[in-house]
Each structure stands twice: as structure tokens, then as C-alpha cells.
Design a protein around this ligand. Structure first.
Ligand code: GDP
Length: 284
């Protein structure tokens, strides 16, 4: 266990000298995460809390609508979530099976989260990044759009299941809507849907199909902004503000906080792991 009193959110953490070093030496922190904690502050903030990094470049009167700290885990919780995502003998992380129809989906009793988004949005790359602590898990990353045409199920120990849904939009399978709609409507253990939006281009027309489904079935869902390493600071700010406005004014079931990520720099990946661990009851 980490020393008592170290459950800090991002800001308090950065304000307190020596805490990072203490946490990095704690027994509950993996070696890999201990190295992360030793990064220079600026780099660490960008890696762990990318939305707060974006906030720094916003005029103060624009900050109020950005729901930055609804989910603000301590580095200790982030370290715990990393442990959940780390494959060990006692925590097997495996691909389970694929299905084209819900009645072919494996019967897994654990809480489930699913990832949906347009083809080429970076879904396979993101799932691969989330599973980087389980290098034996094979997640196919395509160069061609429309590669993932089935629902792919991965189990994370005894904790939860991750489902990679087929991409929609260009070259989507014909029965995409039926497949995904039925899954979203009927999967009883589905705890959260992660809707991926490419931060370079923002919400596209085809994303409305997925958004409407989540809204219609009153599913709790979350918008994840992918490929944030590809945009300039200004472009990213603009996209974040636009998407945030959309979430604030046009959605009911969408989690107010956005999750920006890069599968190349790993920015936001630790935070997303923590959120998944949290919504599946693994950080209680
Ligand atoms: P999918 O069709 O949604 O599964 O998308 P992929 O994961 O196959 O990614 C589509 C393309 O975007 C590939 O060429 C990836 O290398 C690229 N890509 C995915 N994520 C990122 C990212 O975070 N940063 C950058 N720069 N490229 C990315």
C-alpha cells in the first residue's frame, strides 16, 4: 500500500514536492509506472492528464464548460488500474472469440465495456495501447479501413471484458447497424460504451448513427478523442471545445468529460485504463 494521505488528484499532486518520488517508490506501484512517475512534470501531466494540459491554453472564461475533473483519479489509483491491465499468471488477459451476431457472443458474466467508432478512427490502435501491459494479446491493427468486421471479445482477468466493435462508415459491413444495435440494446452486462472520435476531423455525420443509438437506448457512453498527437495545440483546442459543446447541449447519456488519447505517445492511455477499471467496479 502507498503511504496514507497520498490519494491526490492531479493538481494537488503537482503542487506537492516529493510526492511523486514517494509514490514511485511505493510497493503498489509497478516498475513501469514508477518510471512514468519520474518523468519531468510537464511531460507527466501531458501523459497522464491530457485534457488538463489542453486547459492550460484556454482563456479562463472558456474553462467553465469543460468538465475537466469529474474523473480525477490519484496516481495511486492510476497505478492500481495499470495493475488490472497487466498480464500475470493470476491475471490472464486474452482474446476470447469473435462474433458477427449477438447470439454468437460468448457468455461472459463479468462487466463489459465496448469500443465503437468509424473505420480508421484508431480503434484497434487504442485497444492495442490499452493492452500494452499484456503484450501477448493479439489485436489486429489494419492499414486498410474497414478491417474489423466482427465483435472481438477480450477478457481482462476476472475483472471485465473489452469488446472491439466493427467500424462503421466507409466499407462498414452491411449488417453493421443490426449487429451493433442488437448488441447495445441487449447486452445486459454492458457497463460503458466508448465512442471514438478522430480529434483531427471531429464528429462526422456517420458518428450520429452511433450517438443516436446510445441516446435512444439511454446507454451511458463516453467520447474518446483519438490521435491527439496529430494536431497542433490550436487545432486540438478548437476540436475539444466544439465536441464539448456538442456533448453539453445535444446529449443526455454522454459522460461530460472527454478523454483525449494518443496511441502513439500514450497520452491519456493510463487515465482511460483507470476510467475503465472504475466503471467496471475495479477501483472501489
Ligand atoms: P481502426 O480502423 O479504427 O481500427 O483504426 P486503426 O487503429 O487501424 O488506425 C487507423 C490508422 O490511424 C492507422 O494507420 C494507425 O496507425 C493510425 N493511428 C491510430 N491511432 C493513432 C494515433 O494515436 N496517432 C497517430 N498519429 N496515428 C494513429
Amino acid at each position: 500500500m502507498a503511504a496514507p494521505g497520498l490519494r491526490l488528484g492531479a493538481e494537488r499532486l503537482f503542487a506537492m514536492p516529493g510526492v511523486l518520488e514517494l509514490l514511485s517508490r511505493s510497493n503498489s506501484t509497478s516498475q513501469a509506472f514508477a518510471e512514468v512517475l519520474r518523468l519531468p512534470k510537464q511531460q507527466l501531466r501531458k501523459l497522464l492528464y491530457p485534457l488538463q494540459e489542453v486547459e492550460r491554453f484556454l482563456a479562463p472564461d472558456r474553462r467553465q464548460d469543460l468538465h475537466l475533473r469529474i474523473f480525477d483519479p490519484s496516481p495511486e489509483d492510476i497505478a492500481r488500474a495499470d495493475n488490472v491491465f497487466t498480464a500475470t499468471k493470476g491475471n490472464r488477459i486474452d482474446y476470447v472469440s469473435s462474433a458477427v451476431r449477438i447470439d454468437h457472443a460468448p457468455d461472459l458474466p463479468r462487466p463489459e465495456v465496448c469500443f465503437i467508432g468509424r473505420s480508421n478512427v484508431g480503434k484497434s490502435s487504442l485497444i492495442k495501447a490499452l493492452f500494452s501491459l499484456a503484450p501477448e494479446v493479439e489485436v489486429r491493427v489494419s492499414k486498410k479501413p474497414g478491417h474489423t468486421k466482427k465483435m472481438n471479445f477480450f477478457k481482462v482477468g476476472k475483472h471485465f471484458t473489452v469488446v472491439d466493435m466493427p467500424g462503421y462508415g466507409y466499407r462498414a459491413p452491411e449488417d453493421f447497424v443490426d449487429m451493433v444495435e442488437t448488441y447495445l440494446k441487449e447486452r445486459r452486462n454492458l457497463k460503458r460504451t466508448f465512442l471514438l472520435v478522430d480529434s483531427v476531423v471531429g464528429i462526422q455525420k456517420t458518428d450520429n448513427i452511433a450517438i443516436e443509438m446510445c441516446e435512444e437506448f439511454a446507454l451511458p457512453y463516453v467520447i474518446v478523442l483519438t490521435k491527439i498527437d496529430k494536431s497542433s495545440k490550436g487545432h486540438l483546442l478548437k476540436q475539444v471545445l466544439q465536441i464539448q459543446k456538442f456533448v453539453n447541449t445535444k446529449t443526455q447519456g454522454c459522460f461530460p468529460q472527454l478523454f483525449p488519447v494518443s496511441s502513439v505517445t500514450f497520452s491519456g492511455i493510463h487515465l482511460l485504463r483507470s476510467f475503465i477499471a472504475s466503471v467496471t467496479g475495479n477501483l472501489d
